[in-house]
Design a protein around this ligand. Structure first.
Ligand code: GLC
Length: 491
């Protein structure tokens, strides 16, 4: 392993490594959202072209997918009425999107001016973007939401990198138990990742044997390994290696973490492992912590210097961007420099003044672990609508479907599969309903289900597009810049 420097720039490297652990970012140009030339650098949503479009939800931000599937099959007038009703409540108009973009602009300013605002606009203490010339091998740990990964990142100095990683499952018990138990689990995972390398490598970690050889100097146990931590929750950072968890999101409720420095929590978990393993020390130092949005931005900028914004579309929904320090009144930093800001935009419009909430959104919010919080984030998902249609008799002839009653039981991947169903009678949707929902469907049922998926997906895409437009406008890059995107929903 490369020698670790102990100056500030080495901390930046760990931040970068932490970022790459959430990599596999996709490039997405902001200009994609832009209709041609706009007056006075102001973003605007023109009318969407109304051609049939069945690609991934984000493409729907531009083209409104009108369902034409199965038009040659007879469908009942009741179904068409139901679909028309759904279209009315889920379509976000261009006018509404413009309103959202405007509201975003003023909320961004407020969040940069002082603490305690709806948009937290958290300085990340990552004050430069990579050049692509950075080199070295670093350890990283990534806690996102659904998955937890330990990674070993090698930067080659030419804008490309290798990532060897292992995924671990975080059970509901761990997410909702105590922080000590959860952080102990992270330390155990890192320990087993390192053990596998020491013992000649685990075939499930490609290249780990080679890495073990590099390390076989006889002093393995004593080597201090430096680690970058990607922690994807709102954290009030005071330095790149220090930050207090403000509030859990994404269904996490582990006690004893809110209000605590998560770097300290992790470091202490490693210390506890050291005591347990008197025969072989787990010598890890937590050198940097970044939010996943910040990590995505730096890792994407490593290979593409035009990256100024990043977005996570996954279990959670958030963005980061590069801001000029003199535009961040609450920071009182050095003028002329820049700082990556973790926006925590999932909380946008928690006061419910501009986002177009349907009764389904309100129901999802009430049933969540954090009611009245993360309004924007919750809007970019939400399949509660199917349950309601069963209760009104518009779906499955009113016959209850047990699988739909399981909270979060209907995964986004199913929505994507339904949207991809191009068969004339929606045959794949039929199979999916049998397999996933254990329910027989009529063609009318399938048309409704398909339309709900399209509408929810398209709404998500448009709302996400509004946020990105607000940021692109804010940093004055309407003529084009790269947005690094990552997350299971996007994928
Ligand atoms: C949630 C978290 C945020 C994270 C996002 C994506 O919104 O609060 O910190 O970036 O999920 O994982």
């Amino acid at each position: 392993m490369e020698k670790f420097l102990d100056d500030r720039s080495s901390l930046f490297y760990f931040g970068l490594a932490a970022g790459i652990s959430v990599a596999a970012t996709a490039q997405y140009t902001a200009s994609f959202f832009q209709p041609p030339p706009l007056p006075a650098q102001e973003a605007n949503f023109g009318e969407f072209s109304r051609k049939s479009e069945t690609a991934a939800p984000l493409r729907g931000a531009v083209n409104s997918p009108l369902s034409t599937i199965g038009q040659d099959l007879e469908s009942s007038p009741g179904t068409s009425k139901t679909i028309a009703k759904l279209e009315k409540s889920f379509t976000v108009t261009s006018q509404k999107l413009n309103e959202i973009v405007k509201h975003f602009a003023s909320e961004i300013k407020r969040g940069l001016a002082q603490d305690g605002q709806t948009l937290k606009m958290i300085p990340s203490f990552v004050d430069k973007r990579p050049t692509g010339l950075e080199v070295g091998t670093y350890l990283a740990l990534d806690l996102g939401g659904t998955n937890f990964r330990v990674c070993e990142i090698t930067l080659d100095g030419k804008g490309t990198m290798r990532n060897r990683s292992k995924k671990y499952t975080l059970t509901e018990d761990l997410k909702t138990g105590t922080a000590v138990r959860m952080f102990d689990f992270f330390a155990e995972c890192v320990e087993s990742f390192l053990d596998e390398r020491r013992s000649g490598g685990d075939p499930s970690i490609p290249g780990s044997v080679e890495f073990y050889k590099t390390l076989s100097n006889g002093h393995m146990e004593e080597e201090m390994l430096q680690l970058g931590f990607t922690f994807s929750f709102p954290t009030d950072q005071t330095a790149i290696d220090s930050g207090t968890l403000m509030v859990w999101t994404k269904g996490f409720t582990a006690t004893g973490a809110e209000g605590q420095d998560v770097v300290v929590l992790l470091q202490e978990a490693f210390k506890r492992r050291c005591c347990l393993r008197y025969y072989q020390r787990v010598n890890v130092h937590v050198a940097a912590m970044v939010n996943d949005t910040v990590g995505t931005l730096v890792s994407h900028a490593y290979s593409n210097p035009q990256t100024y914004i990043s977005v996570i579309l996954g279990t959670g929904f958030n963005a980061a961007y590069v801001e000029k320090v003199d535009q961040i009144p609450k920071l009182k930093g050095e003028p002329g420099s820049e700082m990556i800001i973790n926006m925590e935009w999932g909380a946008f419009d928690d006061e419910h003044s501009v986002l177009p909430l349907t009764p389904y959104d309100r129901q999802l919010d009430r049933g969540s672990t954090n009611p009245h919080r993360q309004t924007y984030e919750k809007l970019v998902s939400g399949i509660y609508v199917l349950l309601d249609l069963v209760s009104t008799g518009e779906l499955f002839s009113g016959k209850q479907c047990a699988a739909l009653l399981i909270p979060y039981g209907f995964e986004t991947a199913n929505m994507s599969r339904i949207e991809r169903d191009h068969t004339f009678d929606l045959a794949d949707t039929k199979i999916l309903c049998e397999e996933v929902l254990d329910t027989q469907t009529t063609y009318d049922d399938r048309r409704i289900i398909r339309r709900v998926c399209e509408l929810v997906g398209t709404r998500s895409a448009r709302l996400a597009g509004a946020g990105i437009t607000a940021v692109v406008t804010r940093i004055n890059r309407l003529d084009g810049c790269t947005v690094g995107i990552d997350g299971s929903l996007y994928e």
